[in-house]
Design a protein around this ligand. Structure first.
Ligand code: SF4
Length: 383
């Protein structure tokens, strides 16, 4: 995704998007809702001259309220939902091994999706059908959330703040962004655009107070938070897959061996005596190396997490740029620190997610979950 940020088309698009947000905020009929991706909270203060200690999630929420959003929610909620779906999907495939192609790949990074669809199209059926957290949030926003907050879904304008430029293109793909009420996600702004917005509104970053996300869809687990770092999706999925299989929680850090800074890491974990081989790659160069090694039969995995940006979304193409500095590891460490003190630390213990199933989706992989939270990647039309 990173190259897009430097091209003039990307810059034009950014200006248009900020204008569209101003229009929505100014319209009294429109209910504006924003979701914030995990990686954004590690970097938003960099572009505003705040120190790491000053740029808390609470102040970020306060800034978004001052910008004028009616509801400030957390993508970590839908990251937990993604884990419930993707973890269940992995187990289903694992228990019916011969019916599927292996390994299963994660599908939450549009940079990776574009790459695999154009360069390795025969591997598309290996991708999890789970939508990304951004798109799951959008699908739930215009259905269940609209009911919950008592708003006509047609009036909702759903915005995401993402560390990523490719997410702007993801919400242009009709096959993933239309649950029946126009676009699920109406607009994506990058972390850099958010910083510009804060400056344009003359919000004093250093004077922001601590605030909390709006109830319910602002709830997230530590597992959902680490989505923003390379390896985090895998670790979150394993924590919940373990629970789904054994009905017991693993130790929250049981799978931390998969963390690290190398662009391609692998590990074998045993769940009830069954070995599961996993790998994590970030950066498209490493991705190509892994796919070629798979083709030559040199490696063999069950589940692989792939992120296009080195270090994962923490190092995403929409994050503030500091010439010559690679900040993904530092920002990733912040997310693991947040996970360590988070309550709960498991996606399957997120109360908002549990209630979403109880009241609306029934269970992971249900018919409604399929309709709203999964997508046929083979049908995506990507330029
Ligand atoms: Fe976007 Fe994250 Fe993928 Fe980078 S790794 S392209 S930031 S989703």
């Amino acid at each position: 995704g990173q190259c897009i940020t430097h091209c003039p088309v990307g810059a034009l698009r950014e200006r248009d998007d900020v204008d569209r947000l101003f229009e929505a905020l100014a319209d009294p009929e429109t209910v504006t809702m924003v979701q914030v991706a995990p990686a954004v909270r590690t970097a938003w203060g960099e572009g505003l001259g705040l120190s790491r200690e000053e740029s808390t999630t609470g102040k970020l929420i306060s800034a978004l309220r001052q910008v004028g959003f009616d509801y400030v929610f957390d993508t970590v909620y839908s990251a937990d939902l993604t884990i419930m779906e993707e973890g269940s999907e992995f187990l289903k495939r694992f228990q019916d091994r011969d019916s599927y192609n292996w390994p299963m790949f994660t599908s939450c990074c549009p940079g990776w999706l574009r790459f695999v669809k154009s360069q390795y199209p025969h591997l598309v059926s290996n991708l999890s059908t789970a939508k990304s957290p951004q798109q799951m949030f959008g699908a739930v926003a215009k259905t269940y959330m609209a009911q919950k907050i008592g708003v006509d879904p047609e009036k909702i304008f759903c915005v995401s703040i993402m560390p990523c430029v490719s997410k702007k293109f993801e919400c242009d793909v009709k096959q993933v962004n239309d649950s029946g009420y126009g676009k699920d996600v109406d607009l994506v702004l990058t972390t850099r655009e958010l910083d510009r917005l804060v400056r344009a509104d003359r919000i004093k970053a250093e004077a922001l107070e601590e605030e909390a996300f709006d109830k319910f869809f602002g709830e997230g687990s530590g597992a959902g938070l680490i989505f923003g770092s390379s390896g985090g999706v895998m670790e979150a999925a394993l924590r919940s897959a373990y629970f789904l299989l054994t009905k017991k929680n693993p130790k929250p850090d049981a799978f931390k061996r998969i963390r690290g800074e190398e662009g391609w890491r692998s590990a074998t974990f045993e769940i009830e005596g069954v070995p599961i081989n996993v790998a994590v790659v970030s950066g498209l160069g490493n991705t190509r190396k892994l796919l070629e090694a798979l083709k030559r039969g040199e490696v063999c995995y069950d589940f692989v997490e792939i992120m296009a940006c080195p270090g994962g979304c923490a190092g995403g193409g929409g994050q503030p740029i500091q010439e010559g500095m690679e900040l993904a590891p530092e920002r990733g460490t912040i997310l693991y620190g947040m996970d360590r003190v988070a309550q709960p630390r498991f996606s399957h213990e997120n109360n908002a997610v549990l209630l979403t199933y109880e009241e609306f989706l029934k269970e992971p992989m249900s018919e409604r979950a399929h309709e709203l939270l999964h997508t046929e990647l083979a049908e995506w039309e990507i330029e």
